[in-house]
Design a protein. Sequence first.
Length: 349
Amino acid sequence: MIRISEVFSEFTNQIITGIGAKSARKLGSEYFLVRTNDPHEIQESDAGKFIRWNLPIQHSWPCNPEQMEGFVEKAAQAIYRKFGKLTFQAIFIGQLDPGASNRYYKSLASNLRGRALQLFPQKIAEFKEIEAQNSEVPTLFCLVGKEGLFCGVQSPKAANGLYPGGTKYISQSAPDTISRAGAKIAEALHYLLMHRSAPAKGSHWLELGASPGGMTSELLGRDYKVTAIDRAPLDKRLDHHPGLRFFLSDVATFEPKGRTNFKAILSDMNGEAQDAIRHVIRLSKHLSHGGLVIFTLKTPGVATFAEINESFVAVVQSTAAAGLRLFARTHLTYNRLEFTLFFEKDSLS
Ligand SMILES: C[S@@+](CC[C@H](N)C(=O)[O-])C[C@H]1O[C@@H](n2cnc3c(N)ncnc32)[C@H](O)[C@@H]1O
């Protein structure tokens, strides 16, 4: 089962054939059941970066739960029969249509998980925090919706997300939310946990293209220090924040003073991806060894599937030559027609 965001709907066929899949059946608004010879192709192919989340399905029960008497009990017993002898760290169950306004499937997923946990050994039943999963250890993930129940065992890292379906919901309605980009960095930092630890509290970030400051405020809220640059101003609510230095200028002319060393660079600059990554590379000489880069790869004016892939390859080639190693790339829930790329600065560069 693969999940392709609706923002990529015009590329669905190319994505499905790109991972070597032969047939597809749509489930909910963003999921597809596909048949592949080699599930590893899903993550590794060019098309893999368009796939938010994936799960090898080992148990499926196509049915309409709303019309099925005793669905929760029957489904929980079936899950236990199928997976009772397998080894995994936790059980998490989500809904096939996470955007549904009707909460029926949200509570069904929660009730089904509750009942299934009663049937499994204590160790699994005690596992409550999604974030506490070991990203390398298999978890039993299930998704339920009006098309039925679909379950499989896979590590969060191979599935590409700690949550069933890959989405961590981040509220964007708080009165102090400056821009929706705040949710993007919050989700990116959560996703990062599957690959490495986040920079320690107090670490100094360099932020390129920061206005109006949604991401800046998220970083400051995590007790990071931020040097932010944009040719447009930041939201007034960030004025005088003790952890923030802001430069109203073009990134092209920015040069940090003295021996400033950053633990991380964040770039959400709009415009050509090649221009943006050139700025990141130039400024990465001020990044510590092992330092982190989070880069939004935007695709303005890039119309086709092939052009998006070419832009991605060009960015990764230029960063590799500069000693920045790509260790993860994904399409986050809060990404539009763009990807979030994660790099680490080589220890030797
Ligand atoms: C998508 S917005 C950033 C949103 C921001 N991350 C937030 O959290 O609110 C992109 C920003 O990049 C800035 N930008 C693009 N190229 C730039 C450059 N060369 N120098 C300075 N700012 C640049 C734009 O002015 C714009 O404010």
